[in-house]
Structure formats: structure tokens, C-alpha cells
Write a protein that binds this ligand. Structure first.
Ligand SMILES: Nc1ncnc2c1ncn2[C@@H]1O[C@H](COP(=O)(O)OP(=O)(O)OP(=O)(O)O)[C@@H](O)[C@H]1O
Ligand SMILES: [Mg+2]
Length: 268
């Protein structure tokens, strides 16, 4: 029996003395598409950062193909909420960035740009792209190293509804073609149900899994399928249940408020 692509068993993650994740376990099989949904601050981005090897200060065990997460691993790609393209590089150079100096000339760059509909913009600079085009370039960049696992943190939240639907379908088609496993954070239950094989629902304080919904619908899916709406309702119910079951209803004390927020308070 082959091991799951991702095995995650986080006992705890603290920021300052505050426990933000508590006993969070799940596994992802190769080729699965899973969404993480949950209230703001429940630890979704923190979880993705741990899987990407960007955060190593936690108790527990995470394995990708049996190995601990490594920073800049070619096995794992990361797509953020905003495209994060380097403005002084062309679109092709951004997409091939992980390939070093020769990256932009790698034939895979043009192939990927064709897949995301940006063939004509290889030599353009990011400022010449619309928001949706820039996010398509970010998807191409995320796939450049042919990662087995692609992490996406609210990847489409900054684009309009129509572009969002097109990007969702683009993501599904390129993930299927590259057999990429997806772990996606979203606040949109409709997006979660439409895209995912599994929707993992988190509750906050501390961040933990409150339930999971398996979306057992064949692909390609129809956005108007009433069955999708029933899955959305199931996800919403789990979210509501999580909200009313705080394990730790004690508010943060002043010295536990994350640094960036306290700085913000001084800035206003
Ligand atoms: N660098 C940090 N230092 C201190 N606390 C942090 C840091 N990053 C996150 N936190 C805290 O950890 C908790 C989880 O944050 P995280 O960003 O993972 O939440 P999230 O679920 O992604 O929220 P959102 O949906 O708003 O993006 C929050 O309480 C947050 O304040
Ligand atoms: Mg987040």
C-alpha cells in the first residue's frame, strides 16, 4: 500500500503563548483536491505555511511523500491570495523563476503560459496584466516545478466573480493534466464544494478540525447542480457548529495579541 502524499498530525502550534492549532490530523491521497474552510484566524494560513516548510515551530509530525516539509522544495508549490509577481521580471521570467537564470527559456514556461491563456504575454511585465491575468501567471509559476502538491491560500478572492469561475475551471483542468494534489484555503463554501473531493472544516480558538464533507459528485461538475447546494448547506452547518463550540472562550490578553495587530493599533 502506498503512503498518502501528505500526512499531517499537528499536536499544537503556538504563537507567543497562545495555542492557535490543537490536534489537527488529516491525510491527502495523491491527486485529491481538498479545501480548508473555517473562520478568520482559525489557523488555515498557518497550516499551509507549515506544510510548505515556511514554519517549523510546531509540535507534531508532517510528512510529504514520507519526508518532512522542506523550504523551497520542488515537490510543493504555493499560490497566494495576490499574484506576488516580481515587477522587474517579464511574465516568462516570473513563471520560470525557480529554474534560475535559464528558467525563462525552459520550454515548459511557454507550455504553461499557453495552458493559462497567456502565450501572447510572455515578454510583458506584470504591470501590463489585469488582476485575473496576473493570477493566471501565478498559477503557471506554481506549476513550473511540477509539484506533487500545490497549496493555494485564497487564490481567487481578489478577482471578480466571472474571472473567479474561469480561474477555478482553469485550476481544475491544469491540476488534472499534471495530476497535482491540491490543498486550497477558501472562505467561499460554493468554491469549496465545486472544486473539492473533500472539504475539511475548521473551528477556531484553538484551530482544529470540526468536520469533513466528502463531495461525492462526478466531474466535470455543473455549477447549477442542486446537489452542490446541498453539500454547501452541509459545510455551512459544520461551520456554524464549530463557531458555537469554543474550547477556549477566554479572550486574548494584551501581551498575547499578535505583534502585527498591536503595531497596527499604534499606526492608526
Ligand atoms: N506571525 C504571527 N505572529 C503571531 N500570531 C500569529 C502570526 N501569524 C498568525 N498568527 C495568529 O495565529 C492565528 C491563526 O492565523 P492564520 O493567519 O493562520 O489564520 P487564518 O485561518 O488563515 O485566517 P484568515 O482566514 O483571516 O486568513 C491567528 O490568531 C493569528 O492572529
Ligand atoms: Mg489566512
Amino acid at each position: 500500500m502506498t503512503r498518502p502524499l501528505l500526512e499531517l498530525a499537528i499536536e499544537a502550534k503556538h504563537f507567543n503563548r497562545h495555542r492557535v492549532i490543537d490536534q489537527l490530523d488529516f491525510r491527502l491521497e495523491r491527486g485529491q483536491i481538498a479545501s480548508l474552510v473555517g473562520p478568520s484566524g482559525c489557523g488555515k494560513s498557518t497550516l499551509l505555511r507549515i506544510v510548505a516548510g515556511l514554519d517549523t515551530a510546531y509540535q507534531g509530525e508532517v510528512r510529504i511523500k514520507g519526508q518532512p516539509p522542506r523550504l523551497h522544495s520542488r515537490e510543493v508549490g504555493f499560490i497566494f491570495q495576490e499574484p506576488r509577481l516580481l515587477p522587474w521580471l517579464t511574465v516568462a521570467e516570473n513563471v520560470g523563476f525557480d529554474g534560475g537564470k535559464a528558467g525563462a527559456r525552459d520550454p515548459r514556461v511557454l507550455e504553461l503560459l499557453a495552458e493559462v491563456g497567456l502565450s501572447d504575454f510572455a515578454q510583458a511585465y506584470p504591470k501590463q496584466l489585469s488582476g485575473g491575468m496576473a493570477q493566471r501567471a501565478a498559477i503557471a509559476r506554481g506549476l513550473f516545478t511540477q509539484p506533487a502538491l500545490l497549496l493555494l491560500d485564497e487564490p481567487f478572492s481578489a478577482v471578480d466573480a466571472f474571472t473567479r469561475m474561469r480561474l477555478q475551471d482553469l485550476l481544475l483542468s491544469v491540476a488534472a493534466r499534471h495530476q497535482t494534489t491540491l490543498l486550497l484555503v477558501t472562505h467561499d463554501v460554493n468554491e469549496a464544494a465545486y472544486l473539492s473531493d473533500r472539504v475539511i472544516v475548521m473551528a477556531s480558538r484553538p484551530g482544529r478540525i470540526s468536520g469533513e464533507v466528502e463531495v461525492a459528485l462526478p466531474r466535470a461538475r455543473d455549477r447549477r447542480d442542486p446537489a452542490l447546494a446541498r453539500y454547501e448547506a452541509e459545510i455551512l452547518t459544520l461551520l456554524d457548529d464549530g463557531e458555537t463550540s469554543f474550547r477556549d472562550p477566554v479572550p486574548l490578553t494584551a501581551n498575547e495579541i499578535p505583534l502585527e495587530f498591536s503595531r497596527l493599533a499604534f499606526a492608526v
